[in-house]
Structure formats: structure tokens, C-alpha cells
Design a protein around this ligand. Sequence first.
Ligand code: AKB
Length: 320
Amino acid sequence: MEAEMDNIMVIGATGQIGSELTPALREKYGNESVVATYLLTEEPDEELARGPLEKLNILNRDRMAGLIEKYDIDSVFNLAAILSAKGEKFPAKAFQVNVSGFFDLLELGRKFDLTRIMIPSSIGVFGPEVPTKNAPNETVLRPTSMYGVTKVTDELLGNYYFQKFGLDVRGLRLPGIISSKTLPGGGTTDYAVEVFYEAIKEGHYTFFVREDTTLPLMYMPDCVKSLIDLAEADLDNLEHHCDFNVSSMSFSAGELARKIEEFIPGFTYDFQPDERQEIADSWPNSIDDSPAREEWSWKPNYGLESMVKDMIEKLEAKLQ
Ligand code: AKB
């Protein structure tokens, strides 16, 4: 059974994922059907102003409820999150935004009978006990970062609200996301984006992880596709709800640097691991996403070569 998504609200529309997911949703569902919300401290660009645009801090439950009522919202994509590196510095904030904010949204989902809530989870749910190669969908989840703890909690909460109250909450464990429009902030996989900017602007980048650090990564067009594909999937086909592994590509920091060098001859790089290395080392190198492929036909389009080529073309046009 497919539920209608007539009036969608995106929480965190100016963030790395929100800034590209919102236009994609508007393209599909119409500008007026997608309400973009953003934090007071952020500056939305012209593209986001093409449809309804509202300020919203996910910690303001009354405001969130008011916007759901005002726009007769039936579906919410919640992209508000404190990522892994920032979560280690501000654990209380990570808990408030990632767990308390989401919990309020779940309660509002019940109150307003929402038909769909989408929330990204992350490879951050995994801890060191998990097999590093092809980490399975079903495995022990004992993350060693605060971010991971909050994301496991979100997965459990979402699954619980589905089982207990029939609230259709869905989520996927995103790898590190590489994108050209908006920089990520506060994540461990940020190096995989920063390197492109620095390679183009400075011709040099110092990675904050070791050369052999290998993680699952994904290009933004595939990330947007994964969120929309899962949101639109037929509920009857889903055995999982908030905890789908989604895989695209895995490579080491060194492999990424060498691939960029093929496109930008003369690019130089070195490696000076900082405290983020410990987080990276606690995550698997690659993940197995068979349930996503079986239950909603997940299939990524980009690999390392095509992603690097496209990133460089887009950033050269943007930064010139
Ligand atoms: C982070 O590095 O914290 C995020 C993630 C993998 O969820 N990009």
C-alpha cells in the first residue's frame, strides 16, 4: 500500500542533504507542496525560496506543530542532526537535536496522523565489533560515538512507533555523503568533501585521517534518490523500517586523493590524523545492503570515477 505524500515538510532544508533533497522533492511534487524549514542562524538561498519557506528549530515543538497544522503536512523528512565529530564535543546537544527533537516529531506524527516520517540513520550506528567488510544489516549495534548512540536510539524509536502505533517511519543508514552544493559540517567523513574544494582552490589538502582509512561513501544524487525511493516504496514490501543499510562505494582516503590527482595533475596531499580518526576506525569499511536492494530495489548510479569527475566539474564551475 502506497501512502500519498501531498504536503511535505523538510526539517533542515539548508543543510548538506536538505539543500539538495528539497529542490528534488519540489521537482517531483511541486514547489507549493514542499515546505522548506531552516534554523534561524542559517541563510536560505534563492532556490529554497521558490516554495514555502519557514524558520524552525526542531527543539521548538510548538512551532513544529504549528507548521504541520498551517500547511496540512502529511509527510516529514527530518534532516536535522548533529554529526559525529561535533557530537563528541557537544554530547548533550547531540542528544537534544538527534533524539529529543525526533521524539517530539514522532509524537506529533501520532497527534496529526502523519502518513510518513523519513529520517536518515548512519553508518555511525556500527561499532568496532561489527565485521569491517560488508557489515550486515542485522548485527550488534554498539557504537562508540555519541552520534552513533543517538542514531541507534532513533532507529529503535522509529521501529517502535511503527510497530506500536502504526506510524509509518522510515530510515536508512547513510554512508558519508559527498556533495558539491553545501558543505557538510561536524562529520567524520567531511574530509571526502573538503578535499575537492582544497584541491581546486589551493592544489593541496591535508587529510585529518590516515591514508588507509576506508569508509562507505555515497554521492549526493544517489543519497537523494535513496531517500525518495524509500519514502515512495510500497509499505507492504517493507520488512525493515528505520534501519536499512544503503551502500554505494567504498574507498580509502589515499585512493580518493589519487583519483582526484588524475583529474587535477599536480594536486598534492598529506595525512595528519586527528581525533576523528578514532571515530572513523570504529566504523566498517563497507556495508551489505541486501535488504534495501530486495525490499525497495535500491540501486546507486555513481562509482568513484563518475563521482570524482562530476564533483570536479561542478565545483570548478562554482568556484571560478
Ligand atoms: C559523519 O561523518 O558524522 C556523517 C555520517 C557518516 O553519518 N557524515
